[in-house]
Design a protein around this ligand. Structure first.
Ligand code: ARG
Ligand code: ZN
Length: 885
C-alpha cells in the first residue's frame, strides 16, 4: 500500500503531446484526449499503464484503430504497443458531483480544476506523474451564456462560435509540463487587467479573474503580482516567460492556491481584499501567496520534481523565495525582523510539533500512502529553513549564483533535491556547504527537530569565554538513531551592560564585530573566544539561523539584558519569550491556582518595551504576545490543556491589569493610523492598538469598569477598515463582555454578503476563550446557521478547525465531548472531501502526550474514526499513524 522512494523507476513511456477537447457540462463533461506516445528506451519496458479515477471510459483507439485493453484496479493497461503511436481516449466525468475538489469540479456555476498532486487522472487517463512532461493543446467548448470565459494554460490561439449557443476557445501552452500543472477555468468571470513591460523589455498581459461583484477587491492581488514579477527578475534574474499570466479566484478550494502554468488558481481568501473586508493579515497573506505561486513559475514549473518525494524541491524553495520577497518589500530592518519572527513562530508552533509527533517525516520523505497528506509544514516551512541555511552557508551572492546554475543546468527537467543542493554547492566550491554537502543533506533525510544544548564558561585569568555545544535528535517513526547535522549558528556576545563585543576566536589574528556564523558538525563541539574582560551574555542562533531547539541555561538577568539590548531583534524577542515561558512552566507545575505568574522584573521589562520610542509598534506587539498554548504544550512531557489554558489566561489578565496605564497610552498614541494602507508600519500600529483594546477590555472584565468596553464598541462601529473593526470585535468577544452579542449581530448584518468576512465571524466565535464549556454548544449551533455549509472548505475550516485545532482550552474538555465532536466531523467530512478530513484528523496528532483523562478519551476518539469502514486512504493514513504512536 505504501509508495516508497527507493522504488522509483523511470516511466516505460513518454507522452510528447496532448491534445484535449472538453465539452463542458456540469453533469456530464466529455473529454477527448489524443496523445503521442513513445517508448522510453532507457526504461525496463512493459505495458502502458495509465492512471484514472472516477472516470467513465467510452473509447480507446491506438493509431485510429480500436485497441484491446484491460483494467487493473484504477489503471487502464494496454499491451503489445508499437514504439511510437497515437492514443485516443474518450471519457466522461461528473464535475458537479465532485465534492473532493480534485480534478474538474464546479464552484458557483464555474468550472475549475485542481490537479496537484494526482487530480489529472480524474480528468482523463494519463501517466499522472511529474516526470512525464508533455506539450498541451486544449480546446474548451461550452454554452456561451453560462460560460462566457474559457481559460487554459498558455496562449489563446483561436476562439469562436458554435451551433446551439455554444462557443469554443483553443489554448496552446508553449512550455512542456507535467500533468499536475494542467488547468482550465470556465464560467462567468470578470478580470482586472494590467500590461507591464519587464526589465528585459517584453510586454505582458496580467489578469486577475473574479466574480462580477468582486472586482473592487483585486487591486492588491494585482499589485502583489507586479511586485513579484519585478522582484524575481531583480533578485534572481528570472523573468516572466509568458505573454499572458492569469490568476483566477474560487471560493471552493482545498488549499491556498495552485501554480498551474500561466493560469494560477487561488482560494478567494488569498486574492480578494479591500480595506472594508480584509485585515492587514489578509493583505500580507495575499502578497505572500501571490508571490509564492508566481515564483513557482520557475521553481516548480520550469524545473519540476522527478517524483513526489521531492516535493520540497519546489515547495521548500518557493516558500523561501516568498519569505525573502516579503522581507525585501519591507522598508527597514525592523519590519524584516518582524516578518522573520512571524515565520519562525509558524515553524515552532506547527512544524516542531509535527516533527515530534506520529506524522514526523523528513523534508524528503521515504514513503507515503497518500501524497496529499505530505503537503505539510515540514515539506514547506522546514524545507524553506533548509534552503535558508544553504544561503547562510554560501552567502546571499553565493546563493544567487547557485540559483543561476540550478536553472541553467535543469531548465525543462524534472529533478531531485540532490540536484538542487549540488547546484548551490557547485556554484560555491570554496564554501562550507560544498565542503560539508553529504552531511548537510541529512537535513533532507533525517526527521525530527535537533536539540542544541549550549553551555558557556568564562575564564577570568585567560580572559577567554568558551561555548560548548552538544547536539542530539530524538527518535522519530522509523528512525531510531540520528547522525549529527550541519548547524549554522549565528552568534553574538554582549557585555553585561548590553554592549556588543568583538568576536575573536582562539588562534585568529583579527576580531569580527558583532555576529559571526559558527558551523557545527559534531555531536559535541566547543569554541573559545579571546580578549573578553568579563563574563559575557551569549546571543546564540541570531535570526534563528537553524531550525533547532536551543537550550541554554540563561539567568533571568541575562535574558533581561538580551531583551533590552540585543542588536539582533529576533533574539531580543526570543529573550522575552523565554522569560514568559519559564514563568508559565513553573506555574503549570505548581499545585496552586495560578496568580501572579509573571514576576515584577518581567512586567517592568514589558513596560519598558511599550514605552520605548525607538521600537516599532509591530515589534512591540510581538514581544507582548505570550507564547501560544500549543507552543507551551510542546515544552512539556505531559500536557494538561486546561491547566495550560488557565495559566496563560492568568498571565494575560496580569499583563492587562499591571500595564493598564500603558495600554491606555498605547491606544491613544496608535489608534489613529490615518488613511488606510496595508504597509507594515501602519499595520503594526493597528496591531498594537488592537492588542491594547483586548487588554483594556480584559482588565475591565476584572474590575467591572464599563468605559473601555463602551469605547471598544464605538470603535467597532466607527472603524474605517476591517482590521480596526475586527480587532475591536475580537476584544469584546475574547473578554466575554456582554456587549459582544450586539457587535456580533451587527457585524453579521453588515457583511452577510461577503463570504470571507462571514468566515471570520464564524471563526472568531468558534475560537473564543471557553467560559464554563460554552464554546462546544455554540459551535454546534453555528453549524445549524443558514450560512454554514460543511461542503465549502473555507466555511468548514472557519467553524470546525477553529474549534478543534485552534482552541485547545475549549476543545480538550474533561467530559471528552470535544473529541466526540471531532470524530463525528472527521467521519462526516471524509465522505465529502478526504483532503479536508485528513487535515482535521491531524488535530489529535499529539494525543499520547495528554494527561488523563484526556489521553484515553482522545485515543478512543481516534479508534472510533479508524474503525469506520470505507475510510479514505488520506484519513486512514493519518489515524493509523496516530495510533501507532
Ligand atoms: N502547489 C500548491 C502550492 O503550494 C499546493 C497544492 C496542494 N495540492 C494538494 N492536493 N495538496 O502552492
Ligand atoms: Zn507551493
Amino acid at each position: 500500500l505504501a509508495i516508497r522512494r527507493e522504488d522509483y523507476v523511470a516511466p516505460a513511456w513518454w507522452i510528447d503531446t496532448v491534445d484535449l477537447t472538453f465539452d463542458l457540462d456540469p453533469a456530464k463533461t466529455r473529454v477527448l484526449n489524443r496523445m503521442r506516445l513513445r517508448r522510453n528506451p532507457d526504461s525496463v519496458g512493459g505495458p502502458l499503464r495509465l492512471d484514472g479515477d472516477e472516470l467513465n471510459l467510452a473509447r480507446v483507439l491506438v493509431d485510429g484503430q480500436g485497441a484491446s485493453f484491460r483494467m487493473e484496479a484504477d489503471q487502464l493497461v494496454i499491451d503489445n504497443l508499437p514504439d511510437s503511436f497515437e492514443l485516443e481516449i474518450f471519457t466522461t466525468c461528473c464535475p458537479v458531483k465532485n465534492t473532493k475538489l480534485m480534478g474538474l469540479f464546479v464552484s458557483e456555476n464555474t468550472f475549475f480544476t485542481q490537479c496537484e498532486a494526482e487530480g489529472f487522472r480524474r480528468i482523463t487517463y494519463f501517466l499522472d506523474r511529474p516526470d512525464v512532461m508533455a506539450s498541451y493543446t486544449v480546446t474548451l467548448r461550452a454554452d456561451k451564456a453560462a460560460y462566457p470565459v474559457l481559460l487554459s494554460n498558455g496562449n489563446l490561439v483561436d476562439s469562436g462560435e458554435l451551433p446551439e449557443g455554444r462557443h469554443f476557445a483553443k489554448w496552446v501552452d508553449p512550455f512542456r509540463k507535467p500533468s499536475y500543472l494542467f488547468a482550465l477555468v470556465a464560467g462567468k468571470l470578470v478580470a482586472r487587467e494590467q500590461r507591464i513591460t519587464t526589465r528585459a523589455g517584453k510586454e505582458h498581459l496580467l489578469q486577475v479573474y473574479v466574480r462580477a461583484g468582486d472586482l473592487d477587491k483585486t487591486e492588491h492581488a494585482m499589485n502583489s503580482l507586479v511586485h513579484s514579477i519585478l522582484w524575481d527578475e531583480t533578485r534572481f534574474g528570472l523573468p516572466l516567460d509568458l505573454d499572458r499570466f492569469m490568476i483566477v479566484a474560487t471560493s471552493d478550494f482545498n488549499m491556498g492556491a495552485m501554480e498551474n502554468k500561466g493560469l494560477n488558481i487561488f482560494n478567494t481568501k488569498y486574492v480578494l481584499a479591500n480595506q472594508a473586508t480584509a485585515t492587514d493579515a489578509d493583505y500580507g497573506n495575499i502578497e505572500s501567496v501571490v508571490g509564492h505561486e508566481y515564483f513557482h513559475n520557475w521553481s516548480g514549473d520550469r524545473v519540476t520534481c522527478r517524483d513526489w518525494f521531492q516535493l520540497s524541491l519546489k515547495e521548500g524553495l518557493t516558500v523561501f523565495r516568498d519569505q525573502e520577497f516579503s522581507m525585501d518589500l519591507c522598508a527597514d530592518a525592523s519590519a524584516r525582523a518582524v516578518k522573520r519572527i512571524e515565520d519562525v513562530r509558524v515553524l515552532r508552533t506547527a512544524q516542531f510539533p509535527e516533527d515530534a509527533g506520529p506524522m514526523a517525516h523528513p523534508v524528503r520523505p521515504d514513503s507515503y500512502i497518500e501524497i496529499s497528506n505530505f503537503y505539510t509544514v515540514t515539506i514547506y516551512e522546514k524545507g524553506a529553513e533548509v534552503v535558508r541555511m544553504m544561503q547562510t552557508l554560501v552567502g546571499r551572492k553565493g546563493f544567487e549564483h547557485g540559483m543561476s546554475l540550478y536553472f541553467k543546468r535543469h531548465d525543462g527537467q524534472a529533478v531531485t533535491c540532490d540536484d538542487f543542493a549540488q547546484a548551490i554547492a557547485d556554484a560555491n566550491l570554496d564554501s562550507e556547504l560544498s565542503r560539508l554537502l553529504p552531511q548537510f543533506k541529512r537535513w533532507y533525510s533525517q526527521a525530527g527537530t535537533p536539540r542544541l544544548a549550549a553551555t558557556g564558561s568564562y575564564d577570568a585569568d585567560a580572559r577567554t569565554y568558551t561555548l560548548r555545544f552538544t547536539q542530539s535528535c530524538a527518535p522519530t517513526p522509523g528512525q531510531p538513531l540520528k547522525l549529527p547535522f550541519v548547524i549554522p549558528v549565528n552568534l553574538g556576545l554582549l557585555a553585561q551592560d548590553g554592549r556588543e563585543l568583538p568576536l575573536q576566536r582562539d588562534g585568529e589574528s583579527e576580531a569580527t564585530l558583532h555576529t559571526r556564523t559558527l558551523v557545527l558538525t559534531e555531536a559535541s563541539q566547543q569554541f573559545t573566544f579571546v580578549g573578553i574582560d568579563a563574563e559575557p551574555v551569549p546571543s546564540i542562533l541570531r535570526g534563528f539561523s537553524a531550525p533547532v531547539v536551543l537550550d541554554f541555561d540563561y539567568t533571568d538577568t541575562q535574558l533581561l539584558t538580551l531583551l533590552a539590548n540585543d542588536l539582533d531583534p529576533f533574539n531580543r524577542w526570543e529573550a522575552g519569550q523565554r522569560l514568559a515561558l519559564r514563568s508559565a512552566i513553573q506555574a503549570i507545575a505548581a499545585s496552586s491556582a495560578p496568580t501572579a505568574v509573571l514576576d515584577d522584573a518581567y512586567i517592568g521589562a514589558m513596560r519598558e518595551v511599550l514605552r520605548d520610542p525607538k521600537l516599532d509598534a509591530a515589534f512591540k506587539e510581538l514581544v507582548l504576545t505570550l507564547p501560544s498554548e500549543t507552543y507551551i504544550a510542546e515544552q512539556l512531557d505531559v500536557v494538561d490543556p486546561q491547566r495550560i489554558h488557565a495559566v496563560r489566561e492568568a498571565m494575560r489578565v496580569q499583563l492587562a491589569t499591571a500595564l493598564f496605564v500603558e495600554w491606555e497610552q498605547v491606544y491613544e498614541q496608535h489608534h489613529d493610523t490615518g488613511a488606510y494602507t496595508p504597509d507594515p508600519l501602519s499595520a503594526g500600529r493597528r496591531a498594537l492598538s488592537g492588542m491594547a483594546l483586548t487588554f483594556l477590555c480584559l482588565a475591565a472584565g476584572e474590575s467591572g469598569d464599563t468605559v473601555w468596553p463602551g469605547k471598544t464598541l464605538q470603535r467597532f462601529k466607527d472603524a474605517g477598515n476591517m482590521t480596526d473593526r475586527f480587532n475591536a470585535l475580537s476584544a469584546l468577544v475574547s473578554s466575554g463582555h456582554a456587549l459582544a452579542a450586539q457587535a456580533l449581530a451587527r457585524f453579521h448584518a453588515i457583511f452577510k454578503n461577503e463570504a470571507l468576512v462571514i468566515d471570520k465571524w464564524f471563526s472568531l466565535q468558534a475560537g473564543s476563550p471557553d467560559r464554563g464549556g460554552h464554546v462546544l454548544p455554540l459551535v454546534k449551533q453555528l453549524m445549524k446557521h443558514p450560512d454554514f455549509s460543511v461542503k465549502n472548505p473555507n466555511r468548514a475550516r472557519s467553524v470546525i478547525f477553529s474549534y478543534c485545532s485552534a482552541n485547545p482550552g475549549a476543545f480538550h474538555r474533561p467530559d471528552a465531548a470535544g473529541y466526540v465532536f471531532w470524530s463525528d466531523r472527521v467521519i462526516e467530512l471524509d465522505a465529502i472531501n478526504p483532503q479536508v478530513a485528513a487535515r482535521l484528523a491531524r488535530g489529535l496528532d499529539r494525543w499520547s502526550k495528554l494527561a488523563e483523562p484526556y489521553r484515553s478519551a482522545a485515543r478512543e476518539a481516534i479508534v472510533r474514526v479508524a474503525a469506520r469502514p470505507d475510510l479514505s486512504k488520506d484519513t486512514q493514513e493519518v489515524v493509523q499513524r496516530a495510533l501507532a504512536d
